[in-house]
Design a protein around this ligand. Sequence first.
Ligand SMILES: Cc1ncc(COP(=O)(O)O)c(C=O)c1O
Length: 438
Amino acid sequence: MTLSRKQLEAHWMPFTGNRQFKDNPRLMASAKGAYYTDVQGRQIFDGLSGLWTCGAGHGREEIAAAVSAQISTLDYSPGFQYGHELSFELANKVVELMPSGLDHVFFTDSGSETVDTALKMARGYWRGKGLPGKSKFIGRMKGYHGVNYGGVGVGGIGFNRKLFGQSVDADHISDTLLEENKFSRGMPPVGAHLADELEQIVLLHDASNIAAVIVEPMAGTAGVLPPPVGYLNRLREICDKHNLLLIFDEVITGFGRMGSLTGAEEFGVTPDIMILAKQITNGTIPLGAVVMGAEIYDTYMENGGPDYMVEFPHGYTYSAHPVACAAGIAALDILQNDQLIANVRKMAPVFEDAVHSLKGSPFVEDIRNYGLAAGISLEPYPGEPLRRPFELGLKCLQKGFYVRWGGDNIQLAPPFIVNEQQISDLIKAVGESLHEFD
Ligand SMILES: Cc1ncc(COP(=O)(O)O)c(C=O)c1O
C-alpha cells in the first residue's frame, strides 16, 4: 500500500463508511477471472461479481480488445442528432435477447439514470395519450432503484431517502418478506396476495392519476427477495386491468443472474418497460438501457410534431457512447458464446444447497436464493443494526472472500463462471466467519 492516510482524504467515496475505510483501506489492484488481487498481493474471491456487474469474470480479453480498438477508431461521437453504427448494432442485439414485444432501446450510462429515464418516459407517454393526470408512481417497500431523484422517490429504502426529502410523487406496496417464507429455496410459496395491495392503492389514488408501477422482479439490494409464486403475474393482471404501465427494474436480474436472459423470461411476466445496466458491459464501461415496446415508442413518434423536432427531450452526453457500445457488444457475445447462462443454471442448485447449509449457524435468521444470488439475514447486535453484516464482511475478507453487506443482510452473487469448489470455499468462509462471533 503506497497511499498515505492524507492521500486518501480527497476522494469522498460512494456508499462507503469513509472514516472507517480510510483508517483501514481495502484497495484492489487487479482482477482476473473470479478473483481480485489487492494492493498487498492477496487473492480475493469475488463473491458479488463486482457489484453484480461482472458475471463473465474479470479481465476478459475480448472486451479489452473491443474497447481499445474503439477508442483508437471513434473515441467519442455526439449522441444528439448524430450517431454511429455500434449503438444500432447493440440495440438490435439487446432486442434479440428480450422477451418479444420489447423492441426499442434508449441508452443511458448507469442504473440510476436508466430508472429516471424510464419514469420520465412513462409520464410523457401518458401525456402523449392525452392523459396528463397519470403521473404518480407506485413502488414497493425495500425496493432499490438507484440514487437519482426519481429512483429514490420510488425506492423503498428509508436510509436512502431520509437526508434528501421528497422527490417524485410515489406510493408503495408492501415488500414480500414474510415470516412464513423463511429459509425458502427459490420462489417463496406464500405472498401472491401481497400484489393485491395494488388494488387498494388504485382505489385510493385512482388509476387516472397513476403512471406506472415499478418493481425489481427479484429485489437485490434488500437482501435478495425472489418473487413469491404468482406474485408478478398478479401485478401484471392488476396493471392491465387499470391501464397502468408495469416497469421491471432488471439492473441486477438482467443478462443471466437468474439463469435466464431476464427476470421477465425466468418468471414468465413481461413488463411494458425494462431497465437494464450492470451486466450489459460486464461492468467494464458504464452503460444502461431502457427497453420498451412499439406502443410507447410510436406514441412519442406520433406526437413528435414536424420531423426535425425532438420527440423525447431527454438524453445524456454519454448516451450510447461508442466505447460503451463496443464493450456491450463484446460482453453480450461472451454471454452467448461461452454459454454462461447454462452455467448459471448448472451451478444454481449447487449454490442453493451450499448457502442453505448455513441454516442453524450463529445469528442466521433467514436465507433466500435464486439463480446465482443469495441473501442471508443476520440477527443484529441489540441497538446496533448494520454492525454484524459489516463485521462478517470483514471477517470474510480476512479469509480472502469479498461479500457485500447491506442492511441486516449479506449478499452473495458469484460470477457466472463459478465452479463447485469455489462455491464450497465461499460458503465455508462465510460459515467459519459466522462461528467467530462470540
Ligand atoms: C435494481 C437496481 N436499480 C438501479 C440500480 C442503480 O444502478 P447504478 O448504481 O448503476 O446507478 C441498482 C444498483 O445496484 C439496482 O440494483
